[in-house]
Design a protein around this ligand. Structure first.
Ligand code: NIG
Ligand code: FE
Length: 420
């Protein structure tokens, strides 16, 4: 637990009233373990010169060992790992506040989409935006996420929907990924997010464009680590999705899938069949589908901000998932249509009140299990020696205050490596 050589530490955060972290045992935490946090009071964390955690332990002990380097007094506050937000569509221009208002009057998401609004409305705004505008809008969004404690974030493309525009968006995203002031970015190609207007009635031809032209270039330029498809009513069916996912896997991309968000068209079964790293949304999911995802080793990425933003009265069956041993990660789904939410603490609060997760289960779901959902658990997701020092200090006496005191940003400091 304690590192022997004090000179290796170049920074120390001490006087942490409560340090709460999942313990990484090499796989996502499931069942009863999904709610298990290690709690240390009067804690300290030492950070080495590479920005990794060098020691975790008792404040007085580490303070005595720590002779050199920077020190930060946490003032008795609570420390958690930075959030790992495993599902966002945070790269876009424009907004859809008008659709939000229409939905409140009874319009529904799929109808708005079928009428040419919805995702296509954001595609038009994104295509019309300059590279500088897209960079600035997205960077500002990611900065607000970091200010709310997010230190790793998955970001999907999906508002370009032509060869040139999907590549343009992913290249700008790659530039943003090099900015150390932003959360770490995991890029996902979602060229199959909607059938663009130009291909109305010719969905299979659009799928061919994705498979034959977009994917090979995305892979050749290494612009994305994952491929995702919006496999749902009004978007891509199972056969089209399978074609895209198989082509992506053959090019070396890892897979994650939008499944069972608006309708059950067989996407959850497909996610299991393809052994996707994650199956996401899962609002409509029965026991057999839960078992299939469990057997396939998928992480269920659950995004309660989405039904909330849509004003729906049903949420993903998270308790049944936990009972079945399916690991849950919680994500913001930050997007302009259903859920423009940049706050993981709000997502945690919704998970507790609407899906009955315990605060500890929700914290595991937004840290270590989020890291597993992104294949990043060797680097982030828990406060343990060797992982990145992505650490957030909260102005609260214990982690249970986060879902309880919903609606305020209680972050005192987000630390990534050395930045105090
Ligand atoms: O996760 N379902 C597809 N994608 C988003 C919505 C995107 C949008 O409406 O712009 C979602 O809910
Ligand atoms: Fe989504």
């Amino acid at each position: 637990m304690h590192s022997a050589l004090s000179t290796q530490h170049s920074a120390l955060i001490y006087n942490i009233g409560q340090l709460a972290t999942p313990i990484d045992e090499g796989r996502p935490l499931v069942g009863a373990a999904q709610g298990r946090l290690r709690l240390i009071s009067d804690a300290a964390v030492a950070i080495d010169q590479a920005g990794r955690i060098a020691a975790v332990g008792d404040s007085a002990t580490l303070l005595a060992q720590h002779q050199v380097g920077e020190k930060l007094n946490a003032g008795g506050r609570t420390m958690l790992p930075g959030w790992v937000d495993a599902h966002t569509h945070a790269f876009y221009a424009g907004d859809r506040a008008d659709e939000f208002a229409l939905r409140l009057q009874g319009a529904n998401y799929l109808e708005i989409m079928a009428a040419g609004g919805g995702i296509m409305s954001t595609v038009r705004a994104t295509r019309a935006a300059s590279a500088d505008q897209l960079r600035e809008l997205t960077a500002a969004r990611l900065r607000r996420m970091r200010a709310n404690g997010t230190t790793t974030v998955e970001v999907k493309s999906g508002y370009g929907l032509s060869v040139a525009e999907e590549l343009r968006c992913l290249r700008i995203l790659r530039d943003l990924a090099a900015d150390p002031t932003l959360p770490r970015i995991v890029p996902t190609f979602l060229g199959a997010h909607a059938i663009p207007g130009e291909y109305a009635g010719r969905a299979d031809e659009y799928v061919s464009l994705v498979v034959e032209q977009m994917l090979p270039q995305v892979a050749a330029e290494r612009l994305a680590e994952y491929c995702d498809v919006f496999c749902d009513m009004g978007a891509f069916d199972v056969a089209q999705t399978r074609r895209i996912m198989e082509a992506a896997a053959a090019l070396g991309l890892k897979l994650r899938l939008h499944a069972n968000e608006f309708a059950d068209i067989g996407a959850a079964e497909l996610a299991a069949e393809l052994r996707c790293v994650s199956a996401d949304h899962l609002l409509l999911l029965d026991e057999a589908q839960i078992a299939a995802l469990h057997n396939a080793g998928c992480v269920a990425v659950v995004a309660p901000g989405t039904p909330y933003g849509l004003g729906l009265d049903h949420y993903a069956p998270a308790r049944r998932m936990i009972e079945a041993g399916l690991p849950i990660a919680l994500a913001s789904d930050c997007n302009p249509g259903t859920c423009p939410c940049e706050s993981m603490p709000l997502i945690i609060s919704l998970a507790c009140t609407q899906m009955r997760l315990t605060p500890a289960e929700a914290i595991v779901a937004t840290t270590l299990n989020g890291a597993y959902a992104l294949g990043r658990a060797h680097e982030v997701g828990s406060i343990e020696v060797g992982k990145r020092a992505d650490l957030v200090l909260w102005d609260v006496p214990s982690y249970t205050h986060l879902p309880y005191r919903f609606g305020s940003n209680l972050v005192w400091k987000t630390v990534m490596g050395f930045e105090f």
